[in-house]
Design a protein around this ligand. Structure first.
Ligand code: SF4
Length: 288
């Protein structure tokens, strides 16, 4: 990054050596936690869990973010690429099924440096809001085996309301297409995903219209055996009080309607979540 940063679609142009970007990121990698996480989709959890590393900062900044302190840069510690390489090795020693990079976009060039120092022997998962530049994805694509993208909103009015950005779906759907083109599904002899894409969508209160369009888009564009993960874990959090519809969890009826639509569209490779997954107790403590 010689001049201002343009790693993500915000392209805020900040010189991160002297200031923080819109995403909250400065020059150095910052993380808030790493551990073996057992509650991702079962196909990426293995026996011991997914070796999950939570990066601090976010360029999308959903008002209801379930990891609010991370996305608003209110926690975490700065580390070097060498430290990150050591974390990869540590998680691998602990028996992690994979290395799972959560909201890593703002640090991609330094994460690449860490991979140049130490390349884990287990798959690497790139876990993102999908608000991504294709050029940045190309940098990480050599090292990523599995993409775990969200597709959050379809309508510009919805993404504008919750993130301030009109262009979310056009940017994110192009990013997900890139990911699906790049990674064909490969399942190991242990039944675990070694390469591929799991597209996540969290059903929102009163969000069924966006959900329907996203399911339709996936049914029409799915390539190379990508999975669909229909999530029910929305919990009122962050700035939810500004939005009357966000003050409650989703209902069984809302989740069932999304599920029925998924089946109607012929999507057969999917993951579901139990409604009891929606609880603040499932939000990790930031203790790195
Ligand atoms: S990654 Fe952060 S600093 Fe870079 S352009 Fe995006 S918001 Fe700005």
């Amino acid at each position: 990054m010689k001049n201002g940063c343009s790693l993500c679609p915000v392209k805020c142009g900040v010189d991160r050596k002297s200031s923080l970007g819109y995403c909250g990121a400065g020059e150095n990698i910052k993380i808030a936690k790493y551990y073996l996480h057992k509650y991702e989709e079962p196909i990426i959890c293995g026996y011991n869990g997914s070796g999950t590393i939570f990066f601090v900062g976010c360029s999308l900044k959903c008002a209801f973010c379930q990891n609010y302190a991370l996305s608003r840069n209110e926690t975490g510690k700065e580390i070097s690429p060498e430290d990150l390489a050591e974390i990869f090795a540590d998680l691998q020693r602990q028996g992690a099924a994979n290395i799972n990079l959560v909201t890593p976009t703002q640090f991609v060039p330094k994460i690449v440096k860490a991979f140049e120092i130490y390349r884990p022997k287990i798959p690497v998962v790139y876990n993102t809001s999908s608000y991504e530049n294709i050029e940045t994805l190309k940098l990480i694509d050599l090292y990523a085996d599995i993409y775990l993208p969200d597709l959050k909103f379809f309508y510009p009015e919805t993404s504008k309301r919750y993130t301030g950005k009109n262009d979310y779906f056009s940017v994110a759907s192009a990013a997900v297409k890139f990911m699906m083109n790049s990674k064909k599904r490969v399942i190991g002899s242990d039944g675990q995903l070694k390469q591929g894409v799991i597209l996540r969508h969290m059903v929102m209160p009163l969000g069924i219209n966006d959900t329907r369009e996203i399911l339709k888009w996936f049914a029409e564009n799915n390539k190379n055996g990508a999975y669909f993960s229909l999530m029910s874990q929305y919990t009122p959090y962050g700035e939810y009080e500004k939005f009357p519809e966000l003050k409650r969890r989703i209902t069984k009826r809302e989740y069932d309607r999304a599920y029925e639509e998924m089946l109607r569209l012929g999507i057969t490779d999917y993951f579901l979540q139990e409604l009891k997954s929606a609880s603040e107790s499932f939000i990790p403590k930031w203790d790195y």
